[in-house]
Design a protein around this ligand. Structure first.
Ligand code: ATP
Ligand code: MG
Length: 441
């Protein structure tokens, strides 16, 4: 693995070039490890916003961290260059989904951190951080602490902290996905305005997202990323003029086209994780009862040896394979099981679940549904954020319908209601179609 920093001769030279990148987590000592990225090629040119669109767990963050130099990939090369003759901007900076602010530091101190690391003198640090805070619309909040800010404002701090080091390349890892819908949209628009008005020194942006509409809204070029292992499987140029409108037929057509590409299964490809159509919030979920999921885990746990053949299980449970697969896939999605070839095996969490009592089971299930089912986390976040701790279910159903048909959205809502109630992460009230935090502890 080589990371090269150089100053190119020609203007049209890409700012980032990733070639044959491979990354394996774990492994060694006879174990194969998890191949997260394989054969990844990517080019980022000056003047463009490029979207990297892929499912959860496909390795997007791993790729971004490799480009940022935060991890050393197993093999391949990453070359990062500055624009020749451009003294205003250097290197890369990253914005994280989780904001990653230090709670004990003020907004200004959080923004100054990157400059401190570069050894910039105190006076210049102050001036530059105030300018970045101003630019990003946080004027007047310099002395506030993160806990005093809304999610949207915190992410503005995250953005200011990236901008203050004057990078030529901005890497953004799902920067809007922890925000509510309206806040996210405002921040997207503000960022696009800053970009198109040339008010940031940044020469190019790489935006990781699992949201197709966000990619089409913001990007000049979209790279579709596959899972298991992650690699770029399609490149789509977005020629629609800015500002783009979500309801514009050309916009919708492009979203549908990308959706189809992402859900198309390569012919002959083995069944793998992430088989449900859609990604992230837009993932269509099969409505499977928690009894069925529990029964499946018990059956697999009770089988001799650590593995189990799916077809034999289907016979034992008197299910058609077509009925069994969504169950197996749901367990995979929640990381309770792995389907390897024709076998299904429980993960350590799946084994723990099978051995646990009723209350422990609920807790384990709650942790996994929040961690691995983005819609569950999203609903819970919205309920946590609202003073009333309640929200109409129609709000989430509408969001889903941006990604999928009404029928799928309905089934997905049924699934999330069943799982969320069982896990006691939220309550759902049939009479007025509403979520709340009433019953859960
Ligand atoms: P998400 O949409 O959830 O953010 P992602 O596309 O960013 O996912 P990564 O975070 O890059 O994906 O993770 C890719 C895979 O590598 C996942 O299966 C994840 O569990 C695994 N993984 C990530 N980091 C590590 C690590 N430090 N050690 C072992 N496995 C890891
Ligand atoms: Mg990620």
């Amino acid at each position: 693995m080589t990371v090269t920093l150089e100053r190119p001769q020609q203007l049209a030279t890409p700012l980032v070039e990733v070639r044959d990148l491979k990354h394996v987590y774990g492994g060694g000592r006879g174990r194969p490890g998890l191949v997260v990225l394989d054969d990844v090629d990517l080019t980022l040119n000056p003047g463009e916003i490029v979207g990297l669109l892929g499912r959860s767990g496909s390795g997007k963050s791993t790729l971004l961290r490799s480009i940022a130099g935060l991890i050393t990939p197993t093999a391949g090369s990453v070359t990062v260059r500055d624009v020749p003759g451009d003294d205003a901007a250097h290197g890369v900076a990253m914005v994280f989904q989780s904001f990653a602010l230090f709670p004990w530091l003020t907004v200004q101190k959080n923004v100054e951190l990157g400059l401190e690391a570069q050894g910039v003198p105190a006076d210049a640090r102050r001036q530059r951080s105030l300018a970045a805070i101003d630019l990003i619309g946080l004027d007047g909040f310099e002395n506030a602490y993160p806990k005093e800010l809304s999610g949207g404002m915190r992410q503005r701090v995250g953005l200011a902290r990236a901008l203050v080091v004057q990078p030529s390349i901005l890497l953004m890892d799902e920067p809007f996905s922890a925000l509510d819908v309206l806040t996210a949209e405002t921040l997207r628009t503000d960022l696009l305005d800053l970009w198109s008005e040339g008010r940031m020194p940044i020469r190019s942006i790489l935006l990781v997202t699992h949201n197709i509409e966000e990619a089409v809204l913001m990007c000049d070029r979209i790279l579709v990323f596959s899972s298991n292992p992650g690699r770029v499987i399609a490149e789509i140029k977005v020629d629609l003029p800015q500002p783009r409108k979500r309801l514009d037929p050309a916009f919708r057509a492009l979203v549908d086209d990308i959706y189809a590409r992402m859900t198309a299964k390569p012919s002959g490809a083995p069944a793998r994780e992430g088989l449900f159509p859609g990604t992230g919030l837009g993932m269509a979920l099969p409505h499977i009862s928690t009894n069925t999921l529990a029964g499946m885990m018990e059956t697999v746990a009770g089988a001799p040896g650590a593995k189990n053949e799916l077809s034999a299980l289907a016979r034992e449970l008197q299910l058609e394979v077509d009925e069994l697969l969504p169950i197996a896939e749901t367990l995979q999605l929640m990381r309770f099981a792995e389907v390897v070839g024709r076998d299904i095996r429980l993960t350590p969490a799946g084994k723990r679940y099978a051995d646990a009592d009723v209350d422990q089971r609920k807790q384990i299930f709650a942790q996994h549904v929040i961690a691995y089912v983005p819609l569950a986390a999203h609903i819970r976040r919205v309920l946590d954020d609202r003073a009333s701790h309640q929200a109409p279910a129609s709000r989430f159903r509408d969001e889903l319908e941006d990604f999928m048909s009404e029928t799928y959205a309905e089934e997905t809502m049924d699934a999330i209601i069943t799982w969320g109630r069982y896990a006691e992460i939220f309550a759902y009230h049939e009479d007025d179609d509403r979520f709340s935090l009433d019953n859960p502890a």
